[in-house]
Design a protein around this ligand. Structure first.
Ligand code: ADP
Length: 332
């Protein structure tokens, strides 16, 4: 599909180029050939008085032949020029068409992948629920207690599906329109995120040491709050009970660097490039077994950072904890 669209666009570009090129060549041909004819006529008139009638006839014939040759040359040169424009223009038009269509192709591909990934992830809890319900329905002697247990298990799966679909929705809905021209205060943004995760931290006896300085940053407070909450949530999820999660901030030129460090399991080096991918969960048995999640958090965080023209950097060593640093533009 992409190839035929590129060819179609190339044809249009080339058509425009050729209409301009042939049009200007025809105009040039008319102007130049009438110039050449006028010059020849002027010369013939000039020599009419100066030459003997015999010589003048020869000269006129010669001049006419010259004029015909000049015009033929002009025609040939213009034809060659247009062939060159056709070849070079065709190549340039194709390159341009590909360049223009590339982002559209990438966006389409990413949407298809998104839909495929999402339905794959949604299928797992749905399939689990379906099997459980089918087994329960086949059990004629199902007791009330068993039925309640079954409903509870289903409710758990429904909860997972809800979290997952909410995450997917958040990932799909974000757009740069939410961000343009907004300004946020860093300290309250972090404070609110810390407050959101207070319960989760308390449950693991993890203390959050928030040392954020106040600075004005370019961005939407709600989105940034969500971003910080995702990083804090991970720091808590992947840290042992009783550890400390530290939040610090500093200026670096026109940027603010907000770091969230934990004393947790860390992320193996090989996994680092992939953790921001949708649905990716580092393959350490710890993270998959103990901590709940769908591998969407960091994908959402990355998207929010990118919409702010910012980035997230991660430094981590297995068993030594991780530091996620968010870089955002300061309001100058
Ligand atoms: P989720 O936490 O739902 O699995 P994320 O996208 O938030 O998904 O994170 C992707 C993976 O990156 C996690 O599964 C985990 O393995 C790893 N990870 C993220 N943050 C940390 C952290 N602070 N410490 C250790 N591993 C982390």
């Amino acid at each position: 599909m992409f190839h035929s669209a590129a060819l179609k666009l190339t044809t249009w570009y080339l058509l425009i180029i050729m209409v301009l090129s042939v049009g200007s060549s025809v105009a040039l041909y008319h102007v130049s050939s009438s110039d050449l004819t006028r010059n020849a006529r002027r010369q013939v008139i000039f020599f009419a008085d100066q030459l003997e009638p015999e010589d003048f006839r020869d000269y006129t014939r010669l001049r006419q032949r010259q004029l015909n040759d000049d015009i033929a040359n002009l025609r040939q040169n213009l034809l060659l020029f247009n062939i060159a424009v056709l070849i070079a223009g065709g190549a340039a038009a194709y390159a341009l068409a590909r360049r223009h269509l590339q982002p559209i192709e990438e966006a389409l591909e990413s949407q298809t992948r998104f839909a495929a990934d999402a339905s794959h992830e949604l299928r797992t809890p749905l399939a689990a629920m379906q099997t459980e319900i089918e087994v329960a329905l086949r059990n004629r002697g199902l007791t009330k207690a068993q039925a309640i247990g079954q409903l509870q298990s289903n409710l758990e799966e429904v909860g997972k599906l809800k979290t997952l679909s909410e995450g997917l929705l958040r990932l799909a809905q974000r757009s740069s329109e939410d961000i343009t021209d907004s300004v946020a205060e860093l300290k309250p943004v972090v404070k609110e995120a810390v407050a959101r995760l207070k319960k989760a931290a308390a449950a693991k006896k993890i203390s959050i040491d928030d040392r954020t300085n106040n600075m004005l940053i370019k961005g939407d407070p709600d989105s940034l709050n969500e971003l910080v909450a995702i990083l804090l949530d991970n720091a808590i999820k992947y840290s042992p009970a009783g550890s400390i999660v530290k939040v610090t901030s500093r200026k670096h030129g026109k940027l603010v660097l907000l770091s969230i460090s934990d004393e947790g399991a860390g992320i193996p080096k090989v996994e680092l490039p992939r953790i921001f991918e949708r649905f990716y969960r580092a393959d350490s048995s710890r993270s998959k077994q103990q901590a709940q999640g769908y591998g969407l958090g960091l994908a959402i965080a990355k998207k929010i950072a990118e919409l702010h023209d910012g980035e997230i950097e991660v430094k981590s060593r297995s068993g030594k904890g991780s530091t996620f640093t968010l870089k955002l533009a300061l309001v100058s």
